[in-house]
Structure formats: C-alpha cells, structure tokens
Design a protein around this ligand. Structure first.
Ligand SMILES: *[C@@H]1O[C@H](CO)[C@@H](O)[C@H](O)[C@H]1NC(C)=O
Ligand SMILES: *[C@@H]1O[C@H](CO)[C@@H](O)[C@H](O)[C@H]1NC(C)=O
Ligand SMILES: *[C@@H]1O[C@H](CO)[C@@H](O)[C@H](O)[C@H]1NC(C)=O
Ligand SMILES: *[C@@H]1O[C@H](CO)[C@@H](O)[C@H](O)[C@H]1NC(C)=O
Ligand SMILES: *[C@@H]1O[C@H](CO)[C@@H](O)[C@H](O)[C@H]1NC(C)=O
Ligand SMILES: *[C@@H]1O[C@H](CO)[C@@H](O)[C@H](O)[C@H]1NC(C)=O
Ligand SMILES: *[C@@H]1O[C@H](CO)[C@@H](O)[C@H](O)[C@H]1NC(C)=O
Ligand SMILES: *[C@@H]1O[C@H](CO)[C@@H](O)[C@H](O)[C@H]1NC(C)=O
Ligand SMILES: *[C@@H]1O[C@H](CO)[C@@H](O)[C@H](O)[C@H]1NC(C)=O
Length: 480
C-alpha cells in the first residue's frame, strides 16, 4: 500500500463519508408500474394527432358505403397530399392517419389481392397510389404517418368466411406495413355492422404481424394493446383518466366496457392510454353541406381531451377535389394560434417553487424548481417518508397583478401514473379546484381570472409519492 493511499484512507476515516459525498446524488425512486414504452411516451407527448377519412364515400356523399360502388366514382381532380400536410402543420400535429380502406372495401392503394381499388378508377389513369403519395408527402414535411385498414369489408366476397377473410385482411395488412416505410400507428376498430355475419377477427395475429413488420408502431383498438378508445367521439375524456387498464380482464361488453375504458383503472396492469377521436366536421367523410368546427370549439375539445390525459385524434377529411378545404385549414390555424398564445406564457415561470419535502434535499435532482424548467424529464418528488400532512408543492412570490385562469399540472409518467386525488389552492384560502387524476397533462379552467401571491397543489392520494414534471399558470383570453 502506498503512503498516499494510506493517507487518503485516514482522511476518509477522520471526516466520514459525508465530506466526500457532495457529488453523489440520490437515486430516482422506483417506478409505479406499469410504465409506457418509448413509442407510447412519444405518442402521449404528441398531444394532437390527425385522422383523414378519404375514399369512395367522399364522392357519394355517404358515411358508410355499401361496397357496391363503382371504382370509377373515385376521381379527385386535384389530389395533392402535400396540401393535406399543410393542414396538419396548421394544427401543429406530428402524426396523420389515413383511411387506406373503409367499410366499403375500396382500397386507396393498388392491393394485389383485389381489383376494388384505385387501379380501376380514372384517377391518374389507374396508375395512382394514394397511400404512396400520402406517406411520401408526410415524410417530405417531417410528419409521421399512420394507417387505418377497416376490418369490416362490405365488398370483399370472402367476408364472413373466417379463414379466407383473415388471410385476405392479413395480406393487405402486410402490404401496407411492408411497402411504405415507417408507419407510426395502425388503427383497428371492431365494426361488423349488423353482427349477423359470423366473422371472427384474428386480432392477436394482426397485432403480432404489425409489431413484427414495424418494431416501434403503436396499435390502437378498442382496448389496446398500445392505446384504447376514450369512450366517445365528441372529444370529451373522462375527468378521471388513467393510462392503465387490465387487458386480460374478463371481456366486458357494451356500456360497462365503455365506462371501464373511459376512466381506465388505477390498479390496471397494462399501460394503454386513451385516444379521443373526433371529427372537425359532423361526419367522418367530407360532405359539401357540412362545415368545420370553429377554433373556439376545437379549443374546448383540447381542454377536455389533452387536458384530461388523453391524446386528441382530430379528423380533417379531404374534399372531392382531393384537397383539404380552406375553411378547415383556417380554423385549424386559429385554433393552434390560440393554444400557443395561452400556453406560450407561464405566469409561474419566475416564481419560487417550494414543497412539503424534496427527495435528496433542495440541492439534489428532485427539487421543486424542476416543475418550472419546461423539461418533461426532470421532476419534483418528495421524500418518501416525510410523515403526515400530505404532499404539496407551492409556487411563491407570484405577481398578483398577473392574472391567470388555467392551471396546468403534469406528472412524470415515464415512471408511472400516480395521482388519484389533488386540490389547487390560491393564496392559501379556498380550494379553487378539486381533481382526481393528472397523468400526462391536466388542465383546470378556473372560470374566472385571478391574481395571487401563492398557488399550492396538494396531493391527497396517490400510488406512492407523486412525481410532478411541470406546473403552469396561464391566461386564456378566449374562454373566460
Ligand atoms: C401541393 O400543395 C403544396 C402545399 O400546399 C403546394 O406547395 C404545391 O404547389 C401543390 N402542388 C400542386 C401541383 O398544386
Ligand atoms: C343490416 O341488416 C339488414 C337486413 O339484413 C340490412 O337491410 C341493412 O342494410 C344492414 N345494415 C347494415 C348497416 O349493414
Ligand atoms: C359460426 O362459426 C362457428 C365457429 O366457427 C360455427 O360453429 C357456426 O356453425 C357458425 N354459424 C353460422 C351461422 O355460420
Ligand atoms: C366517466 O366515468 C364514469 C364512471 O365510469 C361514467 O359514469 C361517466 O359516464 C364517464 N364520463 C365520460 C364523459 O366519459
Ligand atoms: C386489474 O388487475 C389488478 C391486478 O390483478 C387487480 O388488482 C384489479 O382489481 C383489476 N381491476 C379490475 C377492474 O378487475
Ligand atoms: C376543396 O378544397 C379546395 C381548397 O380549399 C377548394 O379550392 C375546392 O373548391 C374544394 N372542393 C370542393 C368540392 O369543395
Ligand atoms: C443532478 O443535479 C446535478 C447538480 O445540480 C446536475 O449537474 C445534474 O445534471 C443533475 N442530473 C439530472 C439527471 O438532472
Ligand atoms: C423561496 O422559498 C424559500 C422556502 O420557503 C424561502 O426561504 C425563500 O425566502 C423564498 N424566496 C423568495 C424570493 O420568495
Ligand atoms: C372540494 O371537495 C371538498 C370535499 O369533497 C368540498 O367540500 C369542496 O367544496 C370542493 N371544492 C371545490 C372548489 O370543488
């Protein structure tokens, strides 16, 4: 043993390990499992995604085609998929999903397994491929793409024959997931129309094929595996909105299933967050007589979907010219501007964040200040054994002349969703809002603008200590 090392050991002995522990940090807490996959986390942080319903129905003024339509009806004179993505950009979305086939069975790509497709249409002399133009335009615009392939098929003659139709469906699924580059989301519904047809969909096989061909794809169906239906098509997530459910629970049906998938399950063993699909127009397909929702209606939907731990899937249907109507794009732009104006400024950003306790102390990595840094990876979390009195975080030193009417709270869901019940206090006085879950994002609208010196969020009940990544106070001048 060298003299230097011996001297060093004596030093450690004399001053104790604390003298040398300044650079040693407290570890992060254990996750409250389940937790999201990387692909799910990316998807939840997208907040808004877009659906585009386009096909035979666009030309026949219908929502559900019969399957007997002539492919010659499909003839959009000025189809321009780049223009579709300018609609996506107007809304600030990073993922768009196209209906490659709807219930009528007409295929927007030249599938080798049917002639009921663009091949027999006059569009691009039968040499066109809408799916190809769509994915190319998405990539050129830096926007991810997804596909909807309707299981219900009212044209295909094998529909109703279990083996033959599942072969047909999987043949088409294989084409779409292998010939068009990266696909970020695949969308399955369970529609069968009348239920008079004896048709079993082989969902487990479809899911396995999707994961095999596209390693980081997210699969939507009513109950997952990756995301679930939020329970309605009006853009209103449940006020209690967990990212978890039990996928293996005995299959509920009808209203009890919708109520289970609408709230999720705090004891759920699978991470399957809610997706809320809603159309900018009354129908899913474009109809000349229908008009888009206003920017203010879309803003309401943002609060009740994204603001309740959901992801909004907003349908914007291209018209029979093959373009997204300018009226829709205008409303999307105004909607995005409103969201950016409200959330572009956090009135709390210069305040002093303190908490009931801070894991590892106020100079370590879990300090209350982390909720103001705009970084979803950092978070505040208390000491686990802080004792009674409950967990809270408080923003102090706010300027009372700066009014706000929206409170934004975000959990660090990368380590699980935890909060069951919370309250918001303004200036220590009244509870201005009671809430249940928080999740990826919870937006509370206060109904009036208030000014304050302090705002406190108290966590009354949670699955282990809470982890808050962000807190914001915002002023919404549009919706008082
Ligand atoms: C297609 O739309 C894009 C984006 O709006 C536009 O820049 C381009 O000029 C259009 N192409 C044609 C052929 O109209
Ligand atoms: C349901 O079945 C009836 C009778 O078989 C038929 O007339 C009707 O068009 C079907 N509806 C749908 C949506 O398939
Ligand atoms: C429906 O499918 C089941 C299982 O394949 C079969 O036993 C039954 O006979 C079928 N029913 C009809 C009406 O085709
Ligand atoms: C929320 O969930 C509750 C309980 O499951 C249910 O009764 C209610 O209808 C749901 N609300 C919405 C908007 O989904
Ligand atoms: C979900 O599964 C967990 C773990 O098995 C269980 O504790 C919980 O009760 C289940 N939820 C429902 C609604 O059955
Ligand atoms: C489709 O939208 C484009 C762009 O706004 C517009 O020029 C065209 O007239 C629309 N087509 C129909 C049939 O409304
Ligand atoms: C933890 O805190 C130290 C000191 O403040 C900092 O240098 C480091 O980047 C932090 N690490 C994380 C993961 O935040
Ligand atoms: C910030 O909060 C701490 C803890 O409550 C307090 O000691 C400090 O004085 C506060 N600073 C300001 C500028 O409000
Ligand atoms: C919050 O909940 C408590 C207890 O249920 C109730 O007394 C209080 O009125 C609620 N406050 C608000 C603002 O909803």
């Amino acid at each position: 043993m060298t003299v230097t090392l011996l001297f060093f050991l004596i030093l450690i002995h004399a001053f104790g390990p604390s003298a040398f522990s300044l650079s040693i940090h407290k570890t992060p807490p254990l996750p409250a499992s389940p937790v999201p996959t990387a692909a799910q986390l990316k998807w939840q942080r997208r907040e808004i995604t877009m659906f585009m319903h386009f096909g035979i129905n666009t030309f026949t003024n219908s929502e559900w085609g019969t399957g007997h339509e002539s492919p010659t009806l499909f003839n959009p004179p000025h189809l321009n998929a780049s223009q579709w993505f300018s609609a996506a950009k107007a809304a600030g979305v990073s993922l768009v999903i196209l209906t490659a086939k709807h219930h009528d069975g007409f295929c927007l790509w030249p599938s080798r397994y049917t002639d009921h497709s663009v091949v027999n249409s006059p569009w691009r002399d039968g040499k066109g491929d809408v799916v190809r133009e769509f994915v190319d335009a998405g990539r050129a615009n830096g926007i991810d793409v997804g596909i909807y392939l309707s299981p219900w098929d009212r044209h295909e003659k094998t529909y109703g024959l279990e083996v033959q139709y599942n072969e047909y469906y999987m043949g088409q699924l294989h084409e779409l997931l292998s010939l068009y580059g990266p696909i970020s989301e695949i969308w399955f519904d369970g529609a069968k129309g009348n239920n008079t047809v004896n048709m079993t969909y082989h969902f487990p096989d479809w899911f396995a094929m999707a994961k095999q061909l596209q390693g980081s794809i997210n699969i939507f169906s009513n109950d997952g595996p990756d995301m679930r239906w939020g329970g309605n098509e009006i853009g209103v997530a449940n006020e209690t909105s967990w990212s978890m459910i039990n996928r293996t629970s005995p299959l509920l049906t009808g209203p009890s299933l919708w109520s289970y998938t609408s709230t999720g399950d705090p004891k759920g063993t699978d991470w399957v967050p809610p997706e809320l699909d809603v159309s900018i127009r009354q129908g899913w397909f474009w109809h000349e007589s229908q008009h888009p929702k206003s920017a203010m209606q879309l803003l309401d939907i943002y609060y009740t979907t994204v603001g309740r731990n959901g992801v909004l899937l907003l349908n914007v249907p291209p018209n029979s010219t093959g373009l997204v109507s300018d009226t829709d794009i205008d409303n999307l732009k105004k909607f995005r501007q409103a969201v950016d104006k409200i959330f572009g400024k956090n009135i709390a950003s210069g305040s002093n964040a303190t908490a009931s306790s801070e894991r590892g102390g106020k100079y370590d990595n879990f300090t209350a200040k982390n909720v103001l840094d705009g970084n979803p990876e950092t978070y505040w979390t208390p000491e686990e054994d802080q004792g009674t009195g409950g967990y809270w975080i408080e923003l102090q030193g706010l300027n009372p002349t700066e009014k706000f009417n929206v409170v934004r709270i975000e959990e660090a869901i990368q380590l699980g969703q935890r909060i069951r019940r919370h309250e918001v206090f303004v200036d220590g006085r009244a509870v201005v809002k009671n809430g249940t879950t928080v999740g990826n994002k919870r937006l509370h609208r206060l109904g009036r603008a208030v000014g304050a010196r302090t705002v406190r969020i108290r966590v009354l009940d949670s699955r282990g200590p809470p982890l808050l990544s962000e807190v914001g106070l915002h002023f919404d001048p549009f919706k008082m």
